[in-house]
Write a protein that binds this ligand. Structure first.
Ligand code: CP
Ligand code: NVA
Length: 307
């Protein structure tokens, strides 16, 4: 048992956290529950949304976030993961960590004595998926839906498989051969889906994957850390582009989602991401609302609404 807060750890409380996020988004909170608390934000990779949404959200709740950039700490190089975890735990009430390797995420959380929130690694991106579920709840009203993920079976795809299964939403992941999601995560998602009565399907055919979907979701074909594979990937992935032809297979009221940053003209056309079905900026804003709820949940602080 570690202090790690990832998708799996939130399973039994996922609906409560989503409801708390909506409550705070709608302004129904009248106190500063994080007054006097410090968030340490340890980043090994660049970020726009995750960094800004964490900082703004933590401040809105009365707390003090401290950002530590990729060049600053040198985790595992300038100083061991163990020592970084021990030192940060003496100053901070909670840590968010963006890591290259999931193994380092687990290691840091094992040594830390405060909760560690996964802010993306090579296996998962749980904070993103909580915001995505919030966005689907807002736009579609419920999770009796089908989400079609199209593209690379990466960290976002892995966490979407787990998150969809937890809320009972059907998911299909269409990926090229050799670029599928993590087999351990697929197994876990299927086990969860048996309890929540939904389906987890994998395919190599994007048209089949998107058929009847309420949500089409894609992400970059080359994640941070895979840069040297970019040329090879650019040869493999074009049939998985989300464009008008592919979107015609979806439900007519489908929404389009992308975690951003986007490579326009690669994984999605401008017409789709800028079109009437796209909710990508609601999704980006929801990063903050979801993370505020995750942080309060991790610190066991209830969301109190005015009478
Ligand atoms: N979606 C997301 O995590 O964006 P950043 O990498 O900019 O934080
Ligand atoms: N899969 C992408 C997500 C970026 C938010 C990456 O890991 O780079």
């Amino acid at each position: 048992m570690t202090n790690l807060i990832g998708m799996k750890d939130i399973e039994k409380d996922i609906h409560r956290v989503l409801d708390d996020a909506l409550t705070m988004k709608n302004g129904r909170i009248s106190f500063a529950p994080l007054k006097g608390k410090v968030l340490s934000m340890l980043f090994e990779k660049p970020s726009l949304r995750t960094r800004v949404s964490l900082e703004v959200g933590f401040r809105q709740l009365g707390g003090h976030p401290i950002y530590l950039s990729p060049n600053e700490v040198g985790i595992g190089k300038r100083e061991s993961t163990h020592d970084v975890a021990m030192v940060l735990s003496r100053f901070a009430d909670i840590i968010t960590y963006r890591a290259f390797l999931h193994q380092n995420m687990v290691e840091l959380s094992e040594y830390a004595t405060v909760p560690v929130i996964n802010a993306l690694d090579d296996l998962e991106h749980p904070c993103q998926i909580m915001a995505d579920l919030l966005t689907i709840k807002e736009h579609k009203g419920n999770f009796k839906r089908k989400l079609a993920y199209v593209g690379d079976g990466n960290n976002v795809c892995n966490s979407l498989l787990l998150g969809s299964a937890m809320v009972g939403m059907d998911i299909s992941a269409a990926t090229p051969e050799g670029y599928g999601p993590d087999p351990g995560i697929v197994k876990m998602a299927r086990a969860i889906s048996g309890k929540t009565w939904c389906t987890v399907e994998l395919t190599h055919d994007p048209l089949e994957g998107v058929k009847g979907a309420d949500v089409i979701y894609t992400d970059t074909w080359t994640s941070m850390g895979n840069d040297e594979e970019r040329d090879e990937r650019m040869k493999v992935f074009p049939p998985f582009q989300v464009n008008r032809k592919l979107a015609e297979e979806a439900d007519e009221d489908y929404i389009f989602m992308h975690c951003l940053p986007v490579h326009r003209g690669e994984e999605v056309t401008d017409e789709i991401i800028d079109g009437p079905h796209s909710v990508v900026f609601d999704e980006a804003e929801n990063r903050m609302h979801a993370q505020k709820a995750i942080i309060l949940w991790a610190l066991d602080i209830p969301v109190v609404t005015p009478e």
